[in-house]
Design a protein around this ligand. Structure first.
Ligand code: HPA
Ligand code: ZN
Length: 327
């Protein structure tokens, strides 16, 4: 059954969206042309045909290649604005948007260029779409902690333009504790803290994200269900899990949506919410994720729908007064 119109239009928050993962193939080609770059794909369709992933790494390789067309401030603005317009159409009234500065600074793009382009799109969304949008700077976990520390320092002239830090890229072999010092530094700066954990990595990575990094949300976290003591802790602390169902299917974390553990996460009393992760690569934006979950998982009912939307605001970093109005 189609997602009820009420749920499609309902106000919601999106808290797990990588802005580089919203770069649609059409825009990749347009930016390549504008910047005089040639792509190793003959057409938009040829590029999209390459979006067949077997795990997280096979996706990341093509995701970083796609992001290589971003050079000018306007490129970052155009990417973020396209996402924000689509999010607003899905009822998103608040977005906390990940960006990966190291993907761009490694190619010589200045930190200010990328942050200012993203910031301009966020400000325009507030003014023209009634959508509050804020930025979370992510460290690439396949790189060293010293590089993460240098990235944080390089971003400090724009400290007012991001509300927190996160941790993404290749999870296995790069446990959260590798980034203990940079998260402590971010915490001292008053930044919010989140980390990807328990997507491909084991429950132990969720434990160390909590205990060593002291994160306020877990991104993905779906493997937490393998550890009953962890589930009890996550429930007791109302620790949010920003679940990304279509992502999990495309990256083979679950075989099919019908086997996704979203109903079990909710029934365990966890503060789970649905997000799009990298919508240009995984086949859908936020309402597509919700719609396909409710279609594939008969265990999900109206109460779950309400809970997911309520959790999205509870888990957000907006001020408590504003949260209460939405919940
Ligand atoms: N996991 C890790 N890193 C990422 C992801 C993800 O789902 N999307 C973009 N970078
Ligand atoms: Zn992610």
């Amino acid at each position: 059954s189609a997602l009820p119109a009420l749920l499609r239009a309902a106000p919601k928050a999106e808290l797990h969206i990588h802005i580089e993962g919203s770069l649609e193939p059409e825009l990749i080609f347009r930016l390549a042309q504008r910047n005089g770059l040639s792509l190793p794909y003959a057409s938009v369709d040829a590029l999209r045909a390459a979006y067949a992933f077997s795990d997280l790494q096979s996706f990341l390789d093509i995701y970083y290649a796609g992001a290589s067309v971003l050079l000018q401030e306007q490129d970052f603005f155009d990417m973020a604005w396209a996402y924000l317009e689509r999010a607003a159409a899905d009822g998103v009234v608040h977005a906390e948007i990940f960006f990966d500065p190291q993907t761009h600074t490694a190619r010589g793009v200045p930190m200010g260029t990328l942050i200012q382009g993203l910031r301009r799109a966020c400000r325009r969304a507030e003014a023209e779409l009634g959508l509050s949008a804020v930025l979370i700077l992510c460290f690439l976990r396949h790189l060293s902690e010293d590089e993460a520390l240098a990235t944080l320092e390089a971003a400090l002239p724009w400290r007012a333009d991001f509300i927190g830090v996160g941790l993404d890229s290749s999870e296995l072999g790069h446990p959260p504790e590798k980034f203990a010092r940079v998260f402590a530094r971010a915490r001292a700066l008053g930044l919010h803290l989140v980390a990807h954990a328990g997507e491909e990595g084991p429950p132990a990575y969720v434990w160390s994200a909590l205990d060593v990094l002291k994160v306020q949300r877990i991104d993905h976290g779906v493997r937490s269900l393998e550890d009953a003591a962890l589930v009890a802790r996550l429930a007791a602390e109302r620790m949010p899990l920003t679940v990304c169902p279509l992502s999990n299917i495309k990256l083979c974390v679950f075989k099919s949506l019908a086997e996704h553990n979203l109903p079990a996460l909710l029934d365990a009393g966890l503060c789970a919410l649905v997000n799009s992760d990298d919508p240009a690569y995984f086949g859908g934006y936020l309402n597509d994720n919700l719609e396909q979950c409710f279609e594939a998982l008969p265990a999900l009912h109206g109460g779950h729908a309400w809970q997911l939307l309520s959790n999205s605001f509870e888990a957000s970093f907006v001020a408590p007064e504003r949260k209460r109005r939405w919940q």
